[in-house]
Design a protein around this ligand. Structure first.
Ligand SMILES: O=C(CO)[C@H](O)[C@H](O)COP(=O)(O)O
Length: 117
């Protein structure tokens, strides 16, 4: 099993530091992924919030090997912003399910992330 931890847009990224810094110690479950919500949780089709990117950048700087996920409003238009900030796990609903060629969209999202790694 893998464990992750998520923060909503109004939550400061620093709340994750204690947990992630201590994730190899016995008393804290290993957190192997951090999810930075890029919309308010609740439903698909919302607008990507670029002002969440400093959180992603801060996590990437502090944890070079952490899986950092973004969720909300990700598409071919917003993927470069997220990937440049350091996100390497992408949740995309509308952009994929609303596409004529979902596989092509997934390939483009993947390519944008892999370009940064
Ligand atoms: O459920 C969500 C928020 O709670 C997700 O943001 C959603 O599933 C992703 O969808 P979209 O790509 O349309 O923003």
């Amino acid at each position: 099993m893998r464990a992750g931890v998520a923060i909503k847009p109004k939550t400061d990224v620093s709340v994750l530091y204690d947990l992630l810094d201590n994730s190899n110690k016995d008393e804290v479950p290993d957190a192997q992924m951090a999810l930075v919500m890029t919309v308010e949780p609740g439903f698909g089709g919302q607008k990507f919030m670029p002002d969440m990117m400093p959180k992603v950048e801060a996590l990437r700087k502090r944890y070079p090997n952490l899986n950092i996920e973004v969720d909300g409003g990700l598409s071919e238009k917003t993927i470069d912003t997220a990937a440049n900030a350091g996100a390497n796990v992408i949740v995309a609903g509308s952009a994929v399910f609303g596409a004529q060629d979902p596989a092509d969209v997934i390939a483009k999202l993947r390519e944008a992330v892999e370009k940064q790694r």
